[in-house]
Design a protein around this ligand. Structure first.
Ligand SMILES: [Zn+2]
Length: 149
């Protein structure tokens, strides 16, 4: 019906930090060839202070299943550049440890009741809409969703 819907696109909030399109969701990190440390956001140079730093950084897709280490719920609207819906909707934020041993922070998938969050629970990485931009595109980012049992 609507031309606007036909032209609606999914665009990444940040290019190169996660896979697009979202069907096979992975966060993208950097891995040092010398100390084998993982870094997110992706780094050009190893940030391990004990590393000789004469290696190269390779881009790696992290495993998309992890464990919830900590979480909180935002009941207030963060300042820009956060794009708050009007009216504001509280959202969960979680820190999830991924199989590579790196912990990453992200929003909890929208539509999930934060009262059911539990430290240690299994989480899936998902790529979901963060907000709609002024052209009507869905701006996408990584989020975490409790794994289906
Ligand atoms: Zn290193």
């Amino acid at each position: 019906m609507s031309d606007q819907n036909a032209q609606k696109q999914q665009v990444p909030a940040i290019q190169g930090w996660f896979t697009m399109p979202p069907q096979e969701p992975h966060i993208i990190a950097s891995r040092c060839s010398v100390c084998h440390g993982y870094f997110f956001p992706p780094a050009q140079v190893c940030r391990n202070p004990n590393c000789k730093k004469d290696g190269t950084m390779e881009s790696v897709m992290l495993g998309n299943k992890g464990k919830l280490e900590a979480y909180s719920v935002n009941y207030f609207s963060p300042p820009p550049p956060y794009h708050a819906p009007d009216p504001f909707v509280p959202f969960g934020v979680g820190m999830v440890s991924l199989p590579e041993g790196i912990s990453i922070t992200g929003q909890i998938s929208s539509g999930f009741d934060e009262k059911n969050l539990e430290v240690g629970m299994d989480m899936d990485v998902v790529i979901e809409k963060l907000y709609e931009d002024s052209q009507g595109n869905d701006v996408m980012a990584w989020k975490f969703r409790p794994a289906r049992k």
